[in-house]
Write a protein that binds this ligand. Structure first.
Ligand code: ZN
Length: 308
């Protein structure tokens, strides 16, 4: 049996999974990367967690065909290096993940952006199976994106492609973004943006789930939700006109809100794109949820092995 280690590195946790060539998740493990306020570099925590996981599964690294890593940030997937960050993850930028993990485990490693991996995971065993042209958008702290066109992940020159959250939908008078720009899409359409605005109406709201729960009894909040959906739709409409996808998958915690997000968003996008682009276009919630990143990371690894 071909066995792979899938690793999904986020800002607060690392998820690890033992995955076979049929995308079956045989075992999983999760560890905090922020337990000591990042005094231990994330990459070191990942190595420790991976070693412990393999030990727990009684597997030597030699038993693995390889290691696929999905990582937060701008990932240079040619070199397997963290090429940029917009947030405040200390010591994350310039981390040579591929080199470090290959030295640690003696197995080949690929590293790709987490949203790109989510997108590939959905194409492997999720909602986008058999679909050669689709977008995967993760709505959370920011907006992550993955674009598959003609069956191929669009990565660009250095693997940085698909950074959809920084499309400037409000370029002139927009809010400042963590990237240093102004008016980026994610400043209006991320879950963070929703919660920030909702807190101006009701300080007690702490997360998007609470905003959705409170909206039916609060007309101002309900209106805010409508505006937020319009902001999400605005970015998606632009992407649809560029890539002409047949499917758009929405990931992130908010994607569980079928009635109050997915369905109205699908209707808005359908109505706003040029008619020829709307034909056959579907917008749905992604299906793999928390495991999408590590499953997609292994898919990325296998595809890279096949093409190199
Ligand atoms: Zn930005």
């Amino acid at each position: 049996m071909d066995l792979y280690l899938g690793i999904d590195i986020g800002g607060t946790a690392v998820k690890l999974g033992l995955i076979d060539s049929q995308a079956r998740l045989l075992a999983r493990h999760e560890a905090s990367v922020s337990f000591d306020a990042y005094k231990t570099p994330i990459s070191l925590t990942v190595q420790t967690a991976a070693r412990a996981f393999l030990q727990q599964e009684q597997l030597a690294p030699e038993a693995l065909c390889g290691i696929g890593v999905a990582a937060t940030g701008q990932i240079d997937s040619l070199l397997g290096v963290v090429a940029g960050t917009c947030g405040n993850l200390p010591d994350w930028e310039q981390t040579p993940l591929k080199q470090e993990l290959e030295a640690c485990f003696g197995r080949p490693v690929t590293v790709a952006n987490d949203a790109n991996c989510m997108c590939l995971g959905e194409g492997w065993v999720g909602r986008a199976v058999g679909c050669p042209n689709y977008l995967g958008l993760t709505i959370g702290t920011g907006i992550g994106g993955g674009i598959v066109s003609g069956g191929r992940l669009i990565e660009g020159a250095r693997g940085l492609g698909g950074e959809t959250g920084h499309i400037r939908t409000h370029a002139i008078t927009g809010r400042l973004c963590t990237c240093g720009g102004r008016g980026c899409w994610e400043q209006y359409a991320s879950a963070t943006a929703l919660v920030k605005q909702a807190q101006a109406l009701d300080k007690s709201l702490r997360n998007a789930r609470q905003v959705f729960a409170a909206a039916p009894a609060n007309p101002a909040l309900d209106h805010l939700l409508d505006d937020w959906i319009t902001e999400i739709a605005a970015g998606i409409v632009g992407l649809v006109h560029i890539f002409n996808p047949e499917l758009i998958l929405i990931g992130g915690g908010v994607s569980q809100q079928t009635e109050r997000l997915i369905l109205p968003l699908a209707r808005q996008v359908q109505a706003a794109v040029m008619p020829a682009f709307a034909r056959g276009l579907r917008l749905e919630a992604a299906s793999l949820r928390n495991d999408a990143g590590m499953i997609g990371a292994v898919r990325y690894f296998i595809q890279r092995q096949l093409t190199s």
